[in-house]
Each structure stands twice: as structure tokens, then as C-alpha cells.
Write a protein that binds this ligand. Sequence first.
Ligand SMILES: O=C(O)CCC(=O)C(=O)O
Ligand SMILES: [Fe+2]
Length: 356
Amino acid sequence: MQSDGDRVDCDDSNSLVRLRDSLIQTEQTQTSKNKGKIQPSGESDMAAGSLELPVVDLASPDLQSVAEAVRKACVETGFFYVTNHGIQDELLDAVFAESKMFFELPLGEKMLLQRNSSHRGYTPPYAEKLDASSEFQGDLKESFYIGPVGGLDTPNDTNQWPPKERFPSWKDTMKLYHATALAAGKRILSLIALSLDLDAVFFQNIGAFDCPSAVIRLLHYSGEVNDSDNGNYGASAHSDYGMITLLATDGTPGLQICREKDKHPQLWEDVPHIDRTLIVNIGDLLERWTNCIFRSTLHRVVTVGRERYSVAYFLDPSPDLVVQCLESCCCEANPPRFPPITGGDYLKERFSATYK
Ligand SMILES: O=C(O)CCC(=O)C(=O)O
Ligand SMILES: [Fe+2]
């Protein structure tokens, strides 16, 4: 992938490329203005104050303004909040309650549902390292993966479920969350399509949602850090692989983003919690699709000495969909940077690099 420094500008007709350029310039000016306020948090990176990310109202009738806000956010930070997303408070509360109930089980019982070859199920602390260069054995988080849930008794459901006797409503709660988050994700992607000067139903029309790969990742950070984990992360620095991620947290701080991953020392900014909103971020596949006009931003979760729960929902297109740089993001001077690839092959590549 080319870095920003290598990027070739397009002619004036490409508003997306121009918008990104002006935002990068503003950001550089602001970063130098903020220099005195930054508190160093370690040798290799720096922590700044909290970010102000836009809040996108999915119920707004003014689609044009909303699409512009989405475009600005995707170009500038790759992160924004969404409100009126259609996921009921009661459902989110139930998902967090079921998640807590599961993670409270003794490790031995959780390990009975250890992640299988289809990446469904439980991963204990230290089992995953989102930043391959981390000096630690693995991240402190524990997680549980739930993929698309078919009808009852679906023979090819590779999901793993806690025992029904002790978790009577677990599967139904997760199934409902899966479907509801998918509906929210589709609405967000239609705004993203508008923000790219495409038709609102673009992703639907090309078949991205025919058989979408959507996965819930329940996350638990214990908040306890022993001496040997000094400096380790709840979730180490990474960008998400797919199209978009919808993130709900219990409000405990810890999430940080780094807008300029190639700048050293890296500048990490806290993403503040806003009650009842979802945090949405762009993944690597959408960055590739938009020829790097949209950003898939590096993020991590630091430990703050408090227990933390979150629920990520990774929405990726149908595996056989061919993803090629969008015309509205390319021009003669800025040709496509990536060859076409199917969504499935791309994710397979990324997963096999993570789980060698
Ligand atoms: O727990 C969080 O807030 C973020 C988790 C995350 O980035 C991920 O699971 O990819
Ligand atoms: Fe992530």
C-alpha cells in the first residue's frame, strides 16, 4: 500500500481527494498547535486529550448533510458515532448481561467452547495478538465470536453456544442482536454510499448483502494487570479488516485511536463514551475499496484498572463479491492502488496472517 506521502493528486473534479487533502492539512496545523498540551505516556508513543468525533443521526431527514458529515469523518478519522441506530436499549442491555454471565464462568468451562476452525467461540486472555509486533504473548482481553445465526437446527451453523439449561436466552439474544446490528449496518452503509457520490442502495445492488459475513465479538477486559503485563494492552494496536465495525461499550474508558500510524512518536487520542451511541469505524477492506480516500484507523484498548465490556460487530460483504477501487475514488493521476479481490479472499488472507 502507498503511504500518504506517495499519493498522487487528481484534478479539481475529484472532490473526495481534495477534501482529504484539505483535512490532512488542517489536522497537521492542529497537531502542531496542540504540541504543548500533549502528555507523554511512554517511550514510544504519546497520549493527547479526547477527540471530538461527529455524531451521525440515522433518523435525520436531511440525508445530504448526514452524508457530508459521514464523508468528512471517514476521510478525516475513520471513526464516528451513530445515534438513533435502531438497536433498542433493552436489547443492548441484554447482550451485555448475557456476555457478563458467560465471561464470569470459570476458565475451564469457557474453554469447552474454545474458538473452532470457523472462528466461532471463546478465546482466552493472551490467545490473540492484534498487533503482531507486540512484545507480549498476547492481548489481555478474552472474547467470544458469533457468526450469522440461521434458523433453529440449521445443520451448518458453526457457532458454539453455552449450555441452554444455564443460559436459556443467550442464543436468542445474540441472534436478535445479530439481525438488528445488521439492519443498522446496512443503513450506515447506505449513508456511506451517498457520501461517496453513489446510489444509496449501491452496496445492496452489487450483492454485498446477499450473504454478508457479519460477526459479533463479545469482549471482556478484566482490568487486572500483573507485573509481567506492565505495558501490555487490553487489545493491542490494530485496524479492523472488513467494511465497517459497529462498537458498543459499557462506558468504561480505554479505547484510543492513532490518526497517523506512520508518524513517530505515535499520537494516541481517547475516544470518549457517549451514552447509547454506537461507535462506527471503517475497516481495511473499505479503505481499499475507496482507494485509501477513507481511512481504516489504528486503534487499541488500554487498561485503566477497571473491568470493561464491549461488543464489536464486524460487517463484511458477501465472500464472493469482487471488491475493486471505486471509480469515484480514482482518476488518471490517482489510479487504483489495488487489484480487484473477492471479499472472502481478502479476509482469508488477513485471518491467516493473524492466526498463523
Ligand atoms: O473493545 C473495544 O472498545 C474495541 C475492540 C476492538 O477494537 C476490536 O475488537 O476490534
Ligand atoms: Fe478493532
